[in-house]
Design a protein around this ligand. Structure first.
Ligand SMILES: C[S@@+](CC[C@H](N)C(=O)[O-])C[C@H]1O[C@@H](n2cnc3c(N)ncnc32)[C@H](O)[C@@H]1O
Length: 234
């Protein structure tokens, strides 16, 4: 898929509040080349029907969903650290998609598939219930102005859509560098009785998660970092 024009859903069918703003962003020649050459092998086009993830990856290993991978540097590192797991990585940002495909080509990882689409719609229409072993959402856009909080991804209605996709025993791992968003994340996850916190509050950063690009930026600005890891009860 090299045609990255926005999907042509009529405006009336679109949700009015989204968790992202589609930025144009600059696609480098190398990122575009990675899309042209590697999308057929590692890209997954959006379809408004349930996908069989084992068929997509050609094997039945544990499946981890990552929402909002940014430039994909942490995604590739995690995929290398956990080669026995498969990663479905979703973002809307074209240059990031190109960058992740470029990294996949450079590193030779075969356990990542990439989607460029609104992950909320993917969750709503493409993922089967109990199809995921884990969910990663690292440094989602903080939408720090109060009037924008409604755009935050981690809110009860979205988490309610997400949790049925997790298998019992599966986990959801969130991280943020905004303290008030961390508090909101903890409140939201604590509100779901089917989830159990793996820690007393915030969790130690699991070994598999390297520092992400946005995390490094947050730290330069003096922000803290909060990880949350909850398990779905069996
Ligand atoms: C602040 S960045 C963090 C990127 C990366 N996880 C990191 O830590 O460096 C948030 C990313 O989430 C993506 N995003 C936000 N809402 C999304 C959605 N509904 N579906 C897919 N991607 C989304 C944005 O495009 C952006 O790349």
């Amino acid at each position: 898929m090299t045609d990255f024009t926005p999907e042509a859903a009529p405006e009336t069918q679109r949700r009015s509040i989204r968790s992202f703003v589609l930025r144009q962003g600059h696609m480098t020649a190398a990122q575009q080349r990675a899309i042209d050459t590697l999308w057929p092998s590692y890209g997954l086009d959006y379809r408004a029907e349930t996908a069989d993830l084992n068929a997509v990856f050609g094997r039945s290993r544990p499946k981890i969903l990552e929402i909002g991978f940014g430039m994909g540097t942490a995604t590739v590192e995690i995929a290398k650290r956990l080669p026995e797991k498969d990663f479905l990585a979703i973002d809307v940002h074209g240059p990031g998609v190109g960058n992740l495909l470029k990294l996949i080509g450079e590193e030779g990882t075969d356990n990542i598939r990439v989607m460029r689409h609104d992950a909320v719609e993917v969750v709503e229409t493409m993922l089967a219930d109990a199809s995921l072993d884990g969910i990663h959402i690292f440094f989602p856009d903080p939408w720090h102005k109060k009037r924008h909080h409604k755009r935050r991804l981690i809110q009860p209605p979205f988490v309610a859509k997400l949790l049925p996709k997790l298998k019992p025993g599966g986990y959801i791992h969130l991280a943020t560098d905004w303290e008030d968003y961390a508090v909101q994340m903890l409140d939201v996850l604590n509100g779901f009785p089917e989830l159990a916190n793996t820690a007393a509050g915030y969790a130690p950063t699991p070994d598999y998660r390297p520092e992400t690009k946005f995390e490094a930026r947050g730290k330069r600005l003096g922000h803290g970092v909060w990880d949350l890891v909850f398990e779905k009860k069996a």
